[in-house]
Design a protein around this ligand. Sequence first.
Ligand code: SAM
Ligand code: SF4
Length: 357
Amino acid sequence: MSIFYIHWPFCLSKCDYCDFKSYVQKEIDLDQYLKEYKQKIDIYTKYNKNITSIYFGGGTPSLLSQYFVYELVQYIKTRFSVCNNAEITLEANPRTLDIHKALAFKEVGVNRISIGVQSIYDDGLQSIGRRSHTAREAIECVKLMASIFDNVSVDLIYNRPGQTTSEWKKELTETIYIFNNIQHISCYELILEKNTKLSMDIESGNKKKPIDTDEFLDITHDILDKNGFEMYEVSNFAKNGFYGRSNLSYWRYEDYYGVGDGAHSRVTVDDATKIAIEQVGTEQIVTKLTEQEVIKEKIIMGLRSTLCGIDEKFINDIQKITKLEKNSYIICKDRRVIITYEGLKRLNLVIRYILDV
Ligand SMILES: C[S@@+](CC[C@H](N)C(=O)[O-])C[C@H]1O[C@@H](n2cnc3c(N)ncnc32)[C@H](O)[C@@H]1O
Ligand code: SF4
């Protein structure tokens, strides 16, 4: 099983906290891009052809036309074996979607929309420098999308400059109340990426530093759990089993085929060989992974989700397993090691302990 990740790097405006490969550009040669994306898709035709999910991420892929999305989905469908119930996700900015565009995306096969809301308050958006939409636009967009799509996900950011834990509690409670028919929520703790405008604003004292506490995560977990959202990764919560299929594939260490400048891939060539491919411009940088690198990646990815886990044999010291289990950081089931909520809270420490680094 494999998935496609298609990266569209353009946005309406650059958010102050963003460290992604994303750009604001008016003139874009769409025909040229379409041609290049198809060439990049072709690279993978010699590998596993069973596709379970296609993910349009970015940047802001909802800026694309339904025609562009249709062309790529069809192109993949004619060259690979895309399963009937494949998940086709499109990341969206609230300002870029109206009823017509949403229906058009649905018609060309998109069946999951992931909306970047970040905050349901304007001052929350201002505090992180997200200027591409208002809170009202985000709220209206989510309500509209939930009336069109059966599978809607919302991204939020917490521990924003100046935000207290009680304010987050109130905001998350209100968010779930307003968005009562969405299936998935991703709640990310703000990461201050180097050289972003936001981290410079904080360094220079123009904005408050986020607080160093576990309390935000505990609040997030408790509120979402009480409202039927299962935490299956530190930032991801699903209702009724609506887990993000692409995310699950990464954590299960299944193959993924990245398309677009800067996109990464992991590809199984034969039982014993896994390669990494990075697309840089029109070039591909291919690296063969060693057995040790593959095991390390399997550990790092598999422990991220409570639904995945790793083979016990990857942890060569039985005492480590006993100690982690005693601290309730992992559970062992059917010779697999699975992370717990307590373990997720200290994931980096758990991984470093297992890897001896
Ligand atoms: C892959 S990003 C792209 C989504 C889309 N470009 C957008 O911003 O709406 C997915 C999510 O990551 C989160 N994110 C991006 N940068 C972040 C940061 N510095 N700290 C925490 N979360 C971040 C945001 O919630 C964002 O919606
Ligand atoms: S919309 Fe998303 S990708 Fe674009 S600048 Fe903002 S956070 Fe970055």
